[in-house]
Design a protein around this ligand. Structure first.
Ligand code: HEM
Length: 127
């Protein structure tokens, strides 16, 4: 489950980064719905990786909470940035959108890595 979510997160985030730039540059404006839908899939993947971190004994709850918050904020900024008047605020929101997306992917991967390490230690101690 975690491995699949991790692959979806990595591949989805990388593809969406390219799609986002293509939409923004005007090369693929019709792909904005695909970008948004794939973005939501990536958010679900990040939450799937964060959930065990929230529930496991000794899990880093702050890390899990960060994944949830970033996943909630990401689509809001993404949609809002299209209705902001062109100017410095647009650039700030674009930058924030990309940073939120990358931050969420990083936090999701960090949560997955922590759970894998914990599982390895438990296996080593019990075998
Ligand atoms: C892994 C997740 C995501 C990544 C890596 C990503 C990346 C990007 C990038 C690089 C851009 C172009 C530059 C910019 O405007 O910031 C962009 C634009 C955009 N993104 Fe995302 N995004 C993600 C998720 C989402 C989600 C979940 C939504 C909404 C549900 C969304 C909605 C939008 C919209 C509406 C635009 C503006 C397109 C335009 O300029 O007309 N994105 N995204």
């Amino acid at each position: 489950m975690g491995r699949v979510a991790s692959i979806v997160l990595r591949v989805g985030a990388a593809v969406n980064l390219i799609l986002g730039v293509a939409v923004w540059a005007g090369w693929a404006e019709s792909m904005v719905m695909v970008h948004m839908a794939l973005g939501l899939v990536v958010i679900v993947a990040a939450w799937t990786l964060a959930l065990p971190e929230a529930t496991a004994p000794g899990g880093n709850r702050a890390l899990a909470a960060a994944a949830v918050v970033l996943g909630l904020v990401l689509p809001v900024i993404g949609v809002l940035q299209t209705s902001v008047e062109p100017g410095p605020a647009t650039w700030a929101m674009r930058t924030l959108h990309v940073l939120t997306a990358l931050g969420m992917a990083g936090v999701g991967e960090a949560a997955f890595a922590r759970r894998r390490r914990a599982a390895t230690v438990t296996t080593a101690m019990t075998s």
